[in-house]
Design a protein around this ligand. Sequence first.
Ligand code: PLP
Length: 373
Amino acid sequence: MRLETRAVHIGADADPESGALSPPLQLATTFLHAPDGSQDHGYLYQRYDNPTQARLEAAASALDGAERSLLLSTGMAAAAALLQALPAGGQVVFQRDLYHGIRVLAEDWLPRWGLTAVFVDAGDPAALRAAMSASTAAVWIETPSNPLLQVVDIGVCAEIAHASKALLVVDSTFATPVLQQPIALGADVVLHSATKYMGGHSDVMGGLLCFARETALSAQVFEIRKLLGASASPFNAWLILRGLRSLPARMAMHCANAERLAAALDAHPAVSVVHYPGLRSHAGYALAQRQMSRPGGMLSFELGAGREAALAVCAKTRLFQCATSLGGCESLIEHRASVEEPKPVSPPGLLRVSVGLEHADDLIEDLRQALEP
Ligand code: PLP
């Protein structure tokens, strides 16, 4: 079955009791068990596991080619649970350009868990090889990355990680399973902030970890979710499951709009550079052609005139709303350095754009008028 068909049908089979075609939402916190504690129905307590979440996890596994998937309350909770499951004393090699929250987690929190973080340009295989050591437990890449849209070769990183007996973790939030299949390329774990495209409507948070194989690591993350309690609400699982049904259709339009917008920005004299893997001028263009089915709905661009000019554009847009996050129906624009306080790393003139599902001509017109001096 092709991905579009799987997205519509998996986890969405009719409720056997009522015949309802929308998956049942089970909000129970507790489930009947036998006097000796054995779980007649397969569930004990909502924080451990629950039927609505199990449907979503099965659907996520089917879309990503995973043996086991686990939902946590947010993308950050999923990242933290995975990192906490790694053996203390280990090192994690992170790609340098990655989501700000994960970089702060790596820098400030890993040491508390007995882990060390190092940062490399994962697009440079020699640099990645040089960063590996006997204690490297995982290589963590994000492709395309947030906010510079760098594209990293998943297969090459998998080879390098595996040669040192380390895991390859791929944050595939920008791509979703529709545009990229990291497990097929060698990844051991795929992270999705389901808050973004999977939910798709800016109204739900969740984080999915899709494990290529069901191993001690996935069991450990299950225990962390159970004991540290970063479980998602079943309602959130239900909303994300609903989002998956339309994910391929939405991704097609996000991509079509972003491709047109990137080309228009690229031709604009006030724009010094557009970061979008669908542009031939992008360093990751050829790799994205091989590794992704389309370049995605996220892009960033820089204004030669710097920070003040970038802030002025944000203030002038009418359709693009100034807000963080991404992957919803509505287009968003954000001056990244401003929201990365207190440790901004993004270039001062950089604006990140989540290209929504409006008409591409309206989006292009809006940015053109906002870019006028
Ligand atoms: N990974 C990426 C690439 C992100 O952009 C984000 C959030 O923006 C996260 C992970 C964290 O996800 P959440 O906000 O659901 O915790």
